[in-house]
Design a protein around this ligand. Sequence first.
Ligand code: PHE
Length: 501
Amino acid sequence: NICKKEGKERMEQEKRGQFGTNFGFLMAAIGSAIGLGNIWGFPYKMGANGGFIFLIIYLALVSFVGFSVMLGELALGRKYGMGVVGTYRKISEKYTWIGWLGWLSGFLILAFYSVLGGFTIRYCFGFLMEIFSAGAGFGGMDSGAFFGSFTTNAPMSILFHAIFMGATIIIVMGGISGGIEKFTTVAMPALFIMMLIVVIRSVTLEGAFVGLEFMFKPDLEALKEIGLMRVLKTAAGQMFFSLSLGMGCMITYGSYLSKNENLEKNAMIIPIADTCFATLSALAVLPAVGAFMYQGVEGVSFGAGPGLLFVTLHRVFSVGMGGFMGNFFGALFYFLVFIAAVTSSISLLEVCTAYFIDKRVGKGLEPDRKKITLIVGLTIFFLGFPVAMDGLGAGVAGGAMIDIPATLFGMKEVRVAFDCWLDFYDMISEGVFMPLGAMLMSLLIGWKLKTTLIKEEVEATPGYQMRAYNFWDICFKFVVPAVMLLVLLGQLDDFFGLGIF
Ligand code: PHE
């Protein structure tokens, strides 16, 4: 009977697919982690939240929280051999809903992520065109004007959102080793090289020190002004999103990993690579911005949000650097951001498709990956429409409808100030479901079940003894839930203006 069960499990694994090599797995997982969060979020959050002190706090969080949640997720995925919903269902029917929180997060994040990914394609394409003839790429418009006209042009936003989603769907359709692994194995090393080139260009610009100072100077004043709790919450939230944790992405990828691979080592390599890349991104973005502030280019500052990635940096390339160099580095930079975004979006889509594939395989059917991926991908594409159509709050369907969530959650007395749909999707997923998911996971595994569950899975690798069990156990049981609670409260505070912090 045991033989029969093992045979069935092996057959199911074969149908679901698997990573061919550990290197391929690492490239896929690191690719998931490295994305818009690193290139866009990290640099300005670091600069605005105490510089070097933020970096130290971030590193501490990665070591105590990031690593342990990463290991927990990878181990759960590999143990149960299922996507996020299936994993929690196998733990117990009672907990299936925790899996659904993760699944829904992936669904919502991808809807806005893809719209932003579409922007990066538009910008890359624009700079390429500019190389051939001035004005061909951005119509001779100023950075701010172009951004405004592009984002409020709904059909254009949707077109590029479609291209981005199309690329994501095609890769995921190829399967785990034939699509995701194949693509990321080439894309990630290329991404790294492109990033190095941009960093070297950026830090050698005249006046780059202004950016380096903004980035690295331990800024106690800012820290005092913002408050340690808030900085901690910002760093923790950023880390979570950046490492693709809390929504079952690493559970899903872990479920495609062979028992022969070392989970503990992988769970260390992924956060280290992601953090190095985040620091590199800051070195690419901030010194370039600082340099042109120093050189007195108008409208260049260490602003935050979409403005930094699409307005300020556009100006850095088009006005600051200018000419062929500017267009060349502009095209290279936005191509790089596009690649980083796709290697993340495929992991988000995989979380969503895996559920349906698992369901079919569980029934003994063929997985039908292509059809499922297409249907799920198209659904998410449509879900992205409001994000692509409200001009990020600037026009068309503006802030008017955004009071709906307040009414829905019965919090009418608390005014919810969303600028746009992107913020709304982001609030539900990154703001609530993800920290909640991670908190529930650590409470469930750490307190209700046993952490030895994870140890056993780590040691399922033949001849391997888990090294950091005690350290991991303490982090997972105590530090993770505490930090997650902090993030959760902080996010709610941000979105609803409760004034807790
Ligand atoms: N980690 C990705 C980024 O930094 C985003 C992401 C979140 C991807 C969750 C997958 C799951 O951009």
